[in-house]
Design a protein around this ligand. Structure first.
Ligand SMILES: NC(=O)c1ccc[n+]([C@@H]2O[C@H](COP(=O)([O-])OP(=O)(O)OC[C@H]3O[C@@H](n4cnc5c(N)ncnc54)[C@H](OP(=O)(O)O)[C@@H]3O)[C@@H](O)[C@H]2O)c1
Length: 241
């Protein structure tokens, strides 16, 4: 039976991915940092193995890796988003926290789980469509996800000789607890179920880029063709009082 490990399995996109992969016949390692939350969601499901670790704690991740046999797919999805409220009072602690949970954590998980990924296997790295264009207050989140973009591209080059594929996953707005906190318009927001379906399909097809929903990605990529000063003027006019 094919197997997949998914981080951030206790909520949102990760939880929907676990459900989708199980429905598609995979053996799923559902990873989260809160054992109680995982048990509440996944207890009693024989095709799901719960793994408990905090993605910022390398020792915990390595201990969990001992329970993992081999993997066809590894989806590094856990992450968080915090916006910097006052750029003039730049909070380096907050900046470091987001870089650690979104970017450094992926390095820790690669160290622990990459050796488990079999030839012809695939790694999915969940970045964001926010990296297509810079947004206000997103210095920490955007920088962490832009780091993931580079990491995924570069990994893809070096892992090709090992016959391991890499998918860079850039979701638009998905309806999850993470976006429930947002107080701005989120055009073309889709459900976590739709996001999981798109990610599964892209991973199975061996796509390097998995981006959705189409209309949001298309609009962002079009706007990204503008000179940066035009984009800065446009986004400033629309977001600052
Ligand atoms: N929703 C969107 O519109 C959107 C768009 C683009 C990209 N993304 C990305 O998609 C991924 C999933 O986001 P989501 O929207 O599904 O958010 P979510 O519902 O808040 O889920 C985030 C998941 O990450 C886990 N997590 C956070 N910090 C962790 C840590 N230190 N150790 C272990 N697990 C940790 C959370 O665990 P707990 O349940 O224990 O908190 C949760 O399972 C994130 O990387 C996010 O940046 C989301």
């Amino acid at each position: 039976m094919k197997s997949v490990l998914i981080t951030g399995a206790s909520s949102g996109i990760g939880k929907a991915l676990v459900e989708h992969y199980v429905a598609e016949g995979y053996q799923v390692y559902a990873a989260g940092r809160n054992a109680q939350k995982l048990a509440q969601i996944f207890d009693g499901q024989p095709r799901i193995t719960q793994l408990v670790f905090d993605v910022t704690q390398l020792a915990q991740i390595k201990a969990a890796a001992e329970q993992v046999d081999q993997l066809e797919h590894l989806i590094l999805n856990a992450g968080d988003c915090e916006y910097l409220d006052d750029v003039m009072a730049f909070d380096s602690q907050q900046f470091a926290r987001i870089i650690q949970v979104n970017l450094l954590s992926v390095g820790y998980c690669l160290e622990a789980f990459l050796p488990k990924v079999i030839g012809l296997g695939r790694i999915g790295i969940v970045s964001s469509s926010a990296t297509i264009l810079p947004f206000p207050k997103a210095q920490a989140y955007g920088a962490s996800k832009a780091g993931l973009d580079y990491l995924a591209h570069s990994l893809s080059i070096d892992l090709a000789q090992h016959h391991i594929g890499v998918s860079l996953i850039q979701p638009g707005f998905v309806d999850t607890p993470l976006t429930d906190k947002n107080d701005f318009a989120m055009p073309w927001r889709i459900s976590s179920k739709q996001a999981a379906k798109a990610i599964f399909k892209g991973m199975e097809a061996g796509k390097h880029h998995i981006r959705f929903p189409f209309l949001l990605i298309f609009s962002l990529r079009l706007l990204a063709l503008l000179p940066f000063s035009w984009w800065r003027a446009l986004i400033t006019r629309n977001t600052q009082k």
